[in-house]
Design a protein around this ligand. Structure first.
Ligand code: ADP
Ligand code: MG
Length: 700
């Protein structure tokens, strides 16, 4: 398809550092770099020069429009296109784009959810350029990554709090590094490599399923004769049609400068995974949004549909997103890597402890960050990590922490006692840390892998909470250590007390085990919030408001708005699903069963009319079963429809969400159960939908 090599077209649609260097004057380039690297204010003169260069570059690549590309609270991305054209006095047009237009835009975005942050009379929010994420061309449009705020400065998007959380962590991590004598580091950033799971099915089958079209998941469907029990799909040979899709997807992503790296089949049939190479968190977030968009666009070109829902098929593994997260300095040091020297080791242990304490203190925030109606199906089902947050460290690291905690000799080491700052830690190779795939939060050698994210989640929320929580702990640590009379002693005590206070969150066993949930909640006192309405209100717990506001990540008003929006989102999602079920049952499923039953009855009548007068026991039984099922389906459908009406009338969003959790969802599964039963005894040609078997094995 493309004759050039990857290195020639990689990033060809991105206004990246190479293009900046080539198109900006040295002075403008230096000034912009200072903004990007050190967060310095952008001067309007510089913005004008950058805007000119950007426009020329974009126009030379065939772009006609530009847009401020942003991430409203809906979780997807939004764009409003303006063309570059400005009329010129001679009746023609010139292509114009000013620094002001680059820096700030005013989308008429009054319909985005704001959870009451923007009064309707001041309908407009504004978008502001995030110069730390490169502009890029998509189709014929120059996209400028932006933050989206109200005129009062409240964040109406996910990028703004993410950038704030990165700043918060940077500030506190620098304080710690200074204490360890690191004077050269100017900036600390978190990095993320999100592994993205998805399903591919054919467009033709997708079109025949209203549930997939309206809700992204199947609401009906009996189990296929063959599912994932053979485990023959995982890392199996990639089918030609899927391979062609992946090839084109990679090309599109590479053009956008996205480091798409590994791809393989996942556990479930028709399930696949794509992972990029990790990068700075806000860029990784932008890239993940773009990646999800491209996955769907490229699929359409191949006559396929890419399902990003967390649980498209009942009884089949759902899709998640593993958020591989680490902390790195601008000098290239990964602070979650044990390092080579005793001092590096001590510093590593302090950052490790900060993460452990942060995850324990803010378990609820991590759960909240991944809470959606879709992900509720996954967390707690037997393939995803449970809704209980725990940390996996691996045996070696665990032994080290135990040794430090109790001032006992470390296993296998010759010295008697682990002396922080004096002894070198053993090397934790990935192999020894990464055996456990069931942990929600696993240390994997030099990074943490947070595995609770749903496949359609924006990774922004999880990283906002993670960064903010770790920043908070680092702040407490720095406050203590900066005032310590003896640094080494204080450090040792701090690490020891952290291990003592927070070891209950460390769990190296099987997270899918039912007994673990018991132990976690009853013996260890860990939180278990199985559903979105269970966890979401805790966003507004005082300790969470205190932490997030004092770290400057959210204002209290912003938190309230998010809580409302997430609950509203949950309610809307499930109510749409329920309505879709009612409509499918009434308009297609019952009529199909009736038609089949009529056909059988006709057969029986014909057989009876034969001279010998056949008994037709089979037909009679079948018609009886079918008609009993249609009665049950009709009953369940009415009950569900009534429940929707009742619940829709509840005004307060949390009460509505609770009612959905307690009654609506059960009514949905009751209806599904009888319909799925009917599917198994209805002839295929009468059943209105492609079956699970058809869907899961549709792509050759
Ligand atoms: P898997 O978890 O499937 O075995 P890998 O561990 O190879 O896969 O990588 C998963 C993801 O972790 C990739 O996106 C990779 O770029 C990312 N990753 C690797 N090192 C780091 C790091 N230091 N910080 C953040 N992400 C990382
Ligand atoms: Mg992984």
């Amino acid at each position: 398809m493309m004759s050039t090599t990857v290195s020639e077209y990689f990033g060809s649609q991105v206004f990246d550092d190479r293009v900046m260097k080539a198109t900006l004057s040295a002075k403008v380039y230096q000034s912009l770099k200072k903004t990007i690297d050190e967060g310095q204010r952008l001067d309007i003169g510089v913005a004008n020069a950058v805007a000119n260069a950007m426009r020329d570059w974009a126009v030379s690549k065939g772009a006609t429009h530009y847009t401020h590309w942003f991430q409203p609270l809906t979780g997807i991305t939004a764009e409003k296109h303006d063309s570059f054209i400005t009329p010129s006095p001679d009746g023609g047009v010139i292509m114009e784009f000013s620094g002001k237009e680059l820096i700030q835009g005013e989308p008429d975005a009054s319909s985005f959810p704001s959870g009451g942050l923007r009064a309707t009379f001041e309908a407009r929010g504004y978008t502001a350029w995030d110069p730390t994420s490169y502009a890029f061309i998509k189709g014929k449009t120059l996209c400028i990554p932006t933050a989206f705020c109200s005129y009062g400065g409240e964040a109406l998007d996910k990028k703004t709090p993410l950038l704030r959380s990165m700043d918060a962590l940077n500030k506190q991590a620098l304080r710690i590094l200074r204490l360890f004598g690191n004077a050269g580091v100017k900036r600390v950033r978190t990095c993320v490599g999100p592994e993205q799971e998805y399903f591919l099915i054919t467009q033709e089958m997708y079109n025949r399923r209203p549930d997939l079209r309206f809700t992204g998941r199947t609401l009906f469907g009996a189990k296929p004769p063959k599912g994932q029990e053979m485990d023959d799909h995982y890392f199996g040979v990639i089918k030609p049609r899927v391979a062609a899709y992946m090839e084109e997807l990679n090309q599109e992503l590479w053009k956008l400068g996205i480091l798409a790296k590994t791809e393989h089949n996942e556990v479930a049939p028709a399930q696949h995974e794509l992972a990029p190479i990790y990068t700075t968190t806000n860029i990784a977030t932008d890239h993940n949004q773009l990646m999800m968009e491209m996955m769907q666009k490229v699929a359409a070109k191949h006559g396929l549909v890419c399902l990003l829902h967390e649980k498209p098929f009942d009884g089949v593994n759902g899709s998640g997103k593993h958020n591989n997260w680490s902390i790195a300095t601008d000098t290239g040091v990964n602070l979650l890597s044990p390092g080579e020297t005793p001092y590096e080791n001590a510093q590593f242990l302090l950052f490790l402890c900060a993460v452990i304490k942060a995850v324990d203190d803010y378990q609820d925030l991590l759960r909240i960050a991944v809470a959606t109606a879709g992900n509720d199906h996954r967390l707690g089902a037997n393939e995803a990590p449970p809704a209980v947050v725990s940390i996996f460290l691996g045996d070696e690291l665990n032994d080290v922490l135990e040794a430090i905690e109790s001032d006992k000799p470390y296993n296998g080491a010759e010295h008697t006692i682990m002396q922080l700052g004096a002894d070198v830690l053993p090397n934790f190779s990935r192999d020894t840390t990464d055996r456990n795939r069931t942990s929600p939060f696993a240390f994997t050698g030099n990074k943490f892998e947070f595995r609770m994210l749903g496949s359609s989640n924006s990774i922004a929320c999880a990283n906002i909470m993670l960064n903010a929580a770790v920043a908070e702990v680092l702040k407490k640590y720095a406050d203590k250590l900066e005032n310590a009379a003896d640094f080494d002693t204080a450090l040792h005590q701090l690490i020891q007390s952290t291990i003592r206070e927070h070891k209950h969150i460390i769990f190296n066993g099987n997270g899918y085990d039912e007994s673990w949930i018991q132990e976690a909640t009853q013996k260890r006192g860990l939180l278990n919030y199985p559903t979105t309405p269970d966890c979401m209100p805790h966003l507004l717990d005082q300790k969470n408001i205190d932490m997030l506001t004092s770290q400057g990540v959210y204002s209290e008003a912003e938190l309230k708005s998010r809580c409302d929006i997430m609950l509203e989102n949950y309610c809307k999602t499930v109510i749409i699903e329920a309505n879709t079920m009612v409509s499918m049952a009434r308009k297609q499923i019952v009529p199909a069963i009736e038609e089949y039953a009529t056909e059988i009855a006709k057969t029986a009548a014909a057989k009876k009319a034969l001279e010998e007068g056949l008994a037709c026991r089979y037909e009679k039984e079948l018609v009886k079963k079918l008609s009993s099922l249609t009665d049950q389906i009709a009953q369940c459908t009415d009950a569900l429809a009534d429940s929707v009406t009742e619940i829709s009338a509840i005004g307060e969003v949390l009460s509505q969400a609770n009612a959905i959790r307690d009654t609506l969802i059960e009514k949905m599964s009751e209806l599904r159960a009888v319909c799925d039963q009917a599917e198994t005894i209805t002839a295929k040609k009468y059943w209105p939908y492609p079956t699970y078997g058809d869907l899961l094995f549709s792509v050759k």
